[in-house]
Design a protein around this ligand. Structure first.
Ligand SMILES: N[C@@H](CCC(=O)N[C@@H](CS)C(=O)NCC(=O)O)C(=O)O
Length: 373
């Protein structure tokens, strides 16, 4: 087993989450890929809320407990921490341009596809019925209320927090769904051409993309049918990712950026990065809800996210962290694909003092400012 030190203790790593959760699915894909054994347990409420607020500062899913009793939160810093502990083939290419794209794609997959994934689950009655009942049964067994009431609560909570309560309206849903269709089409092309996003082996970008796909688009009835009919190569990729072990794999990363990833970067430049800027402006103004016109979609009353200001800062820091020659090459690519200007559009970012500096052991802000104390 390629793990050393305290991770490889007697008691296994315990992953607390839900079997239908976006970020729990992402972390499971990572552990499987690395061959890191873990024990999955469903988070039980309300007990876990108290434990997590005490141990990591906030309640979010998944959470991880190490053999030595320490708790971790937030999948990106968790993965980063594990990557520092394990030996074996890297998850991020050596080439600095590919490495930057890999981390950008992971971030985009985590943050930008969350809202559409939640939309497909909670907007359509089939999805909402399945997921609300599942979550009520899985997470709230100790709460002695009728199942129908607990299911209703989940529907209400998730819509208020993440769909109609986070900028989606009857007027913009068709455009948001069109973006999802477009993504499915792009990925169908990519995964028909090669096994993983960056070549013949999986990277952190694939792990990131498993978030919206593994436990949402490929599980919820409406998007799953669309994938089966129009983008089956994505389902094949998910299956491949789930069954691949990095230490048994022979394939290599591409030598340079595949042309079919360029449209994804263009979408990041016209959609995700402008959204991050609009969000950062709202945080600066202290407006917990904001309206924004992004890539032809008018979001009304989107929730602000302090966490995503930090995401933007991380994208900048990663660029500044590489040597000048690499910066030049990354900059040319980002300029050509419309990402450079929005990446640096805001002069300074409204971050809190030492924001998220304690991750993965202590979180500062939830991904979206909802359901907080
Ligand atoms: N950035 C975090 C996000 C985790 C997250 O937001 N998870 C969702 C569930 S998949 C959650 O716990 N939301 C909090 C809530 O609904 O109260 C990560 O990567 O782990």
């Amino acid at each position: 087993m390629p793990i050393r030190g305290h991770i490889a203790g007697e008691s296994p790593l315990v992953l607390y989450g839900s079997s239908i959760s976006y970020f729990t699915g992402k972390l499971e894909n990572y552990f499987r890929l690395r061959g890191i054994p873990y024990q999955f347990r469903s988070m039980q409420f309300p007990a876990m809320k108290h434990t997590l607020e005490q141990e990591v500062g906030l309640m979010q899913m998944p959470a991880l407990q190490l053999a030595d009793g320490r708790w971790l939160t937030d999948t990106t810093p968790i993965i980063d921490w594990f990557e520092g502990q394990v030996q074996g083939k890297p998850l991020v290419p050596d080439d600095p341009v590919l490495a930057y794209v890999c981390q950008l794609l992971e971030d985009w997959a985590d943050e930008w596809w969350w809202r559409p994934a939640m939309h497909y689950r909670w907007h359509y009655p089939e999805g909402a019925r399945f997921a609300s009942r599942h979550l009520a049964l899985e997470l709230t067994g100790s709460i002695k209320l009728p199942l129908w009431l607990k299911s209703q609560y989940f529907k209400f909570r998730q819509r208020r927090g993440y769909t109609t309560g986070d900028g989606l309206t009857p007027g913009n849903i068709p455009a948001v769904e069109a973006q999802v269709q477009r993504l499915f089409g792009q990925l169908q092309g990519i995964f028909s051409a090669r096994p993983f996003l960056l070549g013949d082996r999986p990277s952190l970008a694939d792990v990131g993309l498993s978030g919206p796909f593994c436990r949402h688009f490929a599980l919820d009835p409406v998007p799953h049918r669309m994938l089966q009919q129009r983008a089956p190569a994505i389902l094949d990729w998910l299956d491949r990712l789930w069954h691949t072990r990095l230490d048994e794999l022979q394939g290599e990363f591409c030598e340079s950026l595949p042309a079919d990833l360029e449209p994804l970067l263009e979408d990041i430049g016209s959609g995700y990065l402008p959204y991050l800027n609009a969000n950062a402006e709202a945080v600066r103004r202290g407006e917990r809800r904001f309206d924004a016109d992004i890539d032809g979609v008018f979001y009304r009353g989107a929730r602000y996210s302090r966490y995503r200001v930090w995401c933007l800062e991380q994208l900048r820091a990663r660029f500044l962290g590489v040597d000048q020659g690499a910066q030049q090459a990354i900059r040319s690519l980002l300029e050509a694909r419309g990402c450079w200007q929005p990446l640096w559009q805001l002069r300074d970012l409204p971050l809190l003092d030492k924001q998220e500096a304690g991750l993965p052991f202590r979180g500062c802000s939830k991904m979206i400012a909802v359901n907080e104390n």
